[in-house]
Design a protein around this ligand. Structure first.
Ligand code: FAD
Length: 639
């Protein structure tokens, strides 16, 4: 077996985005030793790219806001498929988590009277997103890194070693979780630069690896987002839920081709930007779906009045939840009313003075000038849907974030449940803070009550190392597969057949193609050696992308309705029968080698919502989502 560098920690956190760092802080505050491992540079995660803000019902911009309204907005956004307990904890705890960041040194933008400023975003009843211009994620990561440094300084004062309790392993990729019986015992990976292997012996792992977008051709996601955490958990015996729900953000750049998919923040619309088709029409008024009828402005005058004073009018349909806006854009383009490059126009130039645009949206101004030679203070942007966020993820206990494997926890984008079928913008940054903290706490409590340390066996370690080097083994002559070709083909299949609008025959075709790609993956071949070898890295990432794409496609085929981030052309309506059904993905642990195992998808009933939370909604609203039998049970009568 090749040489393996070994480390021992109480908790290992995989991922250094917002969820991972918040988990690290919490576990360390409980006195445990924590390793944080990240595939890219420390500080370079999707969290740092988050622009618009962090949703928290602080009531600063409108004092009517409260956690109950945030809870209801989140449930509506997710079309009632959300894990309601997570939605409750999230809405209740987000304001404290934002305040806490200021105690770590964050500085959010302010209202005139000095409170944390909050901006409008899609699906939120009141202005609710705490923000720092359009660079909110950067401030969140900067602050949590600063908090970690301050904790390391405390550790140095106590022990003479800055890294006594928190150590960062950057540019280090985890490829396998190892168990002792049914319990987590370690995590195995490699250093990107040297290719050398590394083993973390630990009783508790928090997965905080973010999203899966790199399986799609047009995406806002960067290279690391290959569904590693989702796949690690599956292969270790945990389950995933809601994988059919992917969020296609309505506004990605569409031009030039080299930057297609890069995100244009919803903050543009939050600050007054409007969507227009090639006839110059504000088309979103034509796309208010029945479930939101009555809640959104029905004329331009009303929408513009709302922007000035959101108590005196209904909100603009430009800020409907993302799934609705993405579908509307898709329809306009299909109907021939798109822009020259296949998007629609997003106009802020005619809505705000140039100096305000530059002040409020500095990154967007810079991004369009640099990448597309467009001055957004003078011209509209061209935008279209881009694969952005995965609602599905590791099935966790809502209070502790424990997965179904003892010792395994998950938080942030890679965990499933909170957002149901569609996430509201701004609810991810708050998710990271609330559930990152809870995962750190959950892991710490688990470790503290564990009678003994699980052990990594030499056999499992050797198997993990062997799987990692398999792409170097020459395949049978003539059938060596190039990982780059496989990746391009996978992205095309997912884009074309499992994209924003889905159909049964296309999903079946996708599943066949995925099976073919899985077979070909067994022959994936890379050249050279382990020292910085991006082809090898991609070959290992492909193993995860193929597995996760299978979960998405299988779930999408089974769910014969349209809800949130899953739209079936052949089943266009939302079917109340599906409202309380989760699709749970598992793999057979005995089927796990280097090959991509096949996935089993099983429907599972949601736990019914607690009565006091249900009572927050009008029965008339629940009628849009619940079956008549559910409603009869609520009313205490027979159907
Ligand atoms: P991430 O921040 O994505 O971090 C994942 C970490 O896991 C990284 O450190 C990565 O290197 C590491 N990792 C992955 N795989 C491995 C592996 N195998 N081994 C070791 N490490 C690994 N949300 C909002 O709420 N508001 C916004 O305004 C907003 N704007 C956004 C703008 C953009 C451009 C994008 C892409 C997303 C935006 N989002 C926004 C979504 C939000 O940023 C993400 O959902 C969120 O940051 C995910 O955080 P996380 O902590 O779960 O993971």
């Amino acid at each position: 077996m090749p040489e393996v560098e070994r480390h021992k920690y109480d908790v290992v956190v995989i991922g250094a985005g917002g969820a991972g760092l918040r988990a690290v802080i919490e576990a360390r505050e409980h006195g445990l030793s924590v390793a944080v491992v990240c595939k890219s540079l420390f500080g370079k995660a999707h969290t740092v790219m988050a622009e618009g803000g962090c949703a928290a019902a602080m009531g600063n911009a409108n004092e009517k806001d409260n956690w109950q309204t945030h809870f209801k907005d989140t449930m509506r956004g997710g079309k009632f498929l959300n894990n309601w307990r997570m939605a409750e904890l999230h809405a209740q705890e987000a304001p404290d988590r934002v305040w806490e960041l200021e105690t770590y040194g964050a500085l959010f933008d302010r209202t005139k009277d000095g409170r944390i400023s909050q901006r409008n975003f899609g699906g939120h009843t009141y202005p609710r997103l705490a923000h720092v211009g359009d660079r909110t994620g950067l401030e969140i990561i900067r602050t949590m890194q600063q908090k970690i440094v301050s904790l390391q300084q405390e550790d140095f004062a106590q022990t003479g070693d800055y890294e006594a309790r928190i150590k960062i392993f950057a540019e280090c990729t985890i490829t396998e979780l190892l168990k002792d019986g049914d319990k987590i015992a370690g995590a195995f990976g490699y250093w990107r630069e040297s290719g050398r292997f590394i083993l973390f012996e630990t009783p508790a792992v928090v997965i905080a690896t973010g999203g899966v977008g790199k399986s799609y051709k047009v995406t806002s996601n960067s290279w690391e987002y290959t569904g590693d955490g989702h796949a690690l958990a599956l292969r270790a015996g945990a389950s995933l839920i809601n994988m059919e729900f992917l969020q296609f953000h309505p506004t990605g750049m569409v031009w030039p081709p080299s930057v297609k998919g890069i995100l244009v923040t919803e903050g543009v619309r939050g600050d007054g930007g409007v969507l227009k088709n090639s006839d110059g029409k504000r088309f979103m008024f034509d796309y208010i779906p029945p479930v939101f009828k009555g809640q959104y402005a029905e004329s331009i005058e009303e929408a513009d009045q709302w922007l000035k004073d959101n108590d005196s009018a209904r909100r603009t349909p430009d800020l409907l939840p993302r799934d609705e806006v993405a579908r509307a854009i898709n329809e306009e383009v299909k109907a021939g009313r798109g822009t020259p490059h296949g998007g629609v126009y997003l106009d802020i130039a005619s809505r705000l003075p140039a100096d305000q645009i530059v002040k409020r949206l500095p990154s967007m101004h810079h991004q369009f000038k640099e990448l597309a030679d467009v001055d957004i203070t003078k011209e509209p942007m061209e935008v279209g849907p881009t694969c952005h966020y995965v609602m599905g993820g590791i099935e966790v206990d809502p209070d502790t974030q424990a997965a179904t494997v003892p010792g395994l926890f998950a938080a942030g984008e890679c965990a499933g449940g909170l957002h149901g079928s569609n996430r509201l913008g701004g609810n991810s940054l708050s998710d990271l803070l609330v559930f990152g903290r809870r995962a750190g706490l959950g892991a710490a409590s688990y470790v503290e009550q564990l009678p003994g340390r699980p052990k990594v066996s030499d056999t499992d370690l050797a198997a993990a190392a062997k799987a990692a080097v398999t792409p170097f083994d020459p395949p049978q002559e003539g059938i060596g597969e190039n990982p780059y070709t496989l990746h391009m083909e996978l992205q095309q299949v997912m884009n074309d057949l499992v994209g924003i609008i889905r159909k049964e025959h296309e999903l079946k075709q996708a599943i066949e193609k995925l099976a073919e790609l899985r077979d070909r993956y067994d022959h994936v071949t890379v050249e050279g050696h382990r020292q910085f070898n991006p082809g090898w890295h991609l070959a290992l990432d492909m193993r995860n992308m193929l597995l996760i794409s299978e979960c998405v496609a299988q779930g999408a085929l089974l769910r014969t309705e349209s809800r949130g981030g899953h739209t079936r052309d052949d089943h266009p309506g939302m079917d109340p029968v599906w409202r309380n059904k989760l699709l749970v993905c598992t793999v057979d642990p005995d089927d796990v080698g280097f090959s991509v195992p096949s996935v089993t998808v099983t429907p599972e009933a949601q736990v019914p919502m607690r009565e006091d939370l249900l009572r927050l909604f009008d029965l008339a609203e629940l009628e849009k989502y619940y079956t008549s039998a559910d409603l009869a049970a609520l009313r205490g009568t027979e159907p």
